[in-house]
Unconditional design. Structure first.
Length: 345
């Protein structure tokens, strides 16, 4: 029986992240235990564990969420304890009231859950006295500070490598898609080959989305990161390259779709098609060159030339009447690809 995907992540967290979380939790437990002897420092340990996130910026967000949730939850528990005493059912009432308070103030799901959990823990583990409530708030802040410090000082995460990998994969597949279309244009195609061509080019969209998400995650990981200066320029170049490649992805998919929709066996006999195929090969070369210059692929392909292959614009004779729609569509998309690669847009 397979473990449901709902309880398993597609990727394992780095071991360093696990070690940092464990170190922050232990340090928070020990320090809070010294500051408030006689009570188990549960709030400090939970806060430190939750605050250690994949980036320093996320740690600060989680710290704010945790701190506000604890403070509001503790205040709810103290208020109910002073009003109603300490019967057992007050714990359930505190959970309900805490959830309603979070809803009234439009708290995020994480903050709302934290309010309810904090109210429950205060009443279940200790006392509703103001002194106990203050100690739990201070204990939480200790855990929050330790979590942030540990995450910021012990090899703060920089998510540049995944962005470089995903962008390199996108560039390589985009160049391959241009080459496949160039090879298909002058040749006769079966329905199965045409369908395969479409299936392959459609992979570009999820790959572009993956590169976009990885670059965004990399940029987010540098926010408030002490190591950001060494990587900021790398991500800026990756973002610029993605902005150049994204329109080419759209044009390549559009060209392949037009070829799929308007194909007939005589299209390969058009002189313009051979010329367009050559331009597509040159565009594929220039995409690989742009990726290589940006240094976003760990194993760059060997290029025949480091000089861009797209030079003069393509000029063709008018096609046969039955093919002018397809030829015109391919030419317009090719013009846009050329403009992106030569920075003419």
């Amino acid at each position: 029986m397979r473990i449901p995907a709902a309880i398993r992540a597609s990727r394992r967290s780095p071991l360093l992240q696990v070690v940092k979380s464990a170190a922050a939790t232990i340090a928070a437990w020990l320090l809070a235990g010294l500051a408030f002897p006689g009570q188990l420092p549960v709030f400090a340990a939970i806060a430190a564990l939750l605050v250690v996130q994949p980036s320093v910026n996320q740690s600060l967000s989680k710290a704010l969420e945790r701190s506000i949730g604890v403070i509001v939850g503790v205040l709810v528990a103290v208020a109910l304890g002073l009003l109603l005493g300490s019967p057992s059912w007050i714990v359930l009432l505190a959970i309900v009231v805490a959830m309603l308070v979070a809803w009234v103030f439009r708290a995020s799901p994480g903050t709302g859950n934290q309010v309810a959990i904090s109210a429950m823990l205060v009443l279940a583990l200790g006392s509703s006295s103001p002194e106990y409530a203050f100690a739990r708030i201070a204990e939480t802040l200790i855990g929050v500070v330790i979590g942030i410090v540990v995450n910021a000082l012990i090899v703060p995460p920089v998510l540049v490598a995944p962005a470089r990998r995903d962008l390199g994969l996108l560039g390589r597949e985009l160049a391959a898609s241009l080459d496949r279309l160039a090879a298909a244009l002058p040749e006769s195609q079966t329905p199965a080959l045409l369908q395969e061509l479409m299936l392959q080019v459609r992979l570009l969209r999820p790959m572009k989305d993956a590169a976009e998400a990885s670059i965004a995650a990399g940029e987010e990981s540098l926010t408030l990161n002490p190591r950001r200066s060494a990587h900021r320029e790398d991500l800026r170049e990756m973002r610029a390259l993605l902005e150049r490649l994204s329109p080419i992805v759209t044009q390549t998919i559009g060209m392949t779709r037009a070829y799929f929709d308007h194909y007939d066996d005589a299209i390969g006999q058009e002189p313009a098609v051979t010329a367009i195929a050559e331009q597509l090969r040159r565009a594929g070369h220039d995409v690989r060159l742009a990726v290589q210059i940006a240094d976003v692929t760990p194993e760059p392909e060997t290029l025949t030339s480091a000089i861009p292959a797209l030079t003069a614009p393509l000029v063709i004779r008018p096609p046969a009447s039955g093919h002018w729609i397809l030829i015109g569509s391919l030419m317009e998309d090719l013009r846009r690809i050329r403009g992106e690669l030569l920075d003419e847009v």
